[in-house]
Design a protein around this ligand. Structure first.
Ligand code: HEC
Length: 101
């Protein structure tokens, strides 16, 4: 009986959108980050702007992830996307960085 219950709960969890597959970096970028990072709003480093990204990338990926997740100066935590998973934010950072190389 207990086992069956656990199975039902598990299948409900699997069907729930809250743990659906993480969105790709490009999808998250377009939905959230582009607001600032496409036009360079408030001096946000622009997508594909190698010069702007170079010193930021030089900090290392762990720092970039941390700043994207927790925010830094005018960069809001998670780019204000409170319902984005940490993995989705990291995907978006990877996307931004991949375009600046
Ligand atoms: C409200 C505008 C805004 C949004 C939305 C936004 N950013 Fe930013 N972001 C900024 C600004 C401004 C900076 C520059 C901060 C600074 O260095 O002063 C920045 C900097 C960054 C940096 C560099 C941090 C560093 O250590 O130099 C990363 C990485 C980043 N953003 C990722 C993202 C990602 C990923 C998203 C989407 C999930 C996002 N941003 C959404 C404004 C924004």
């Amino acid at each position: 009986m207990k086992k069956q219950f656990a199975f039902i709960v598990l299948s409900m969890l699997m069907a729930s959108p809250s743990i659906a597959a993480d969105r790709s970096g490009e999808a998250v970028y377009k939905a959230v980050c582009a607001t600032c990072h496409a036009a360079g709003l408030m001096n946000a480093p622009k997508l594909g702007d190698k010069a702007a990204w170079k010193p930021r990338i030089a900090q290392g990926m762990p720092k970039l992830y941390e700043h994207a997740l927790k925010g830094i100066r005018m960069m809001p935590a998670k780019g204000t996307c409170t319902n984005c998973s940490d993995k989705e934010i990291k995907n978006a950072v990877d996307y931004l960085v991949s375009k600046a190389k």
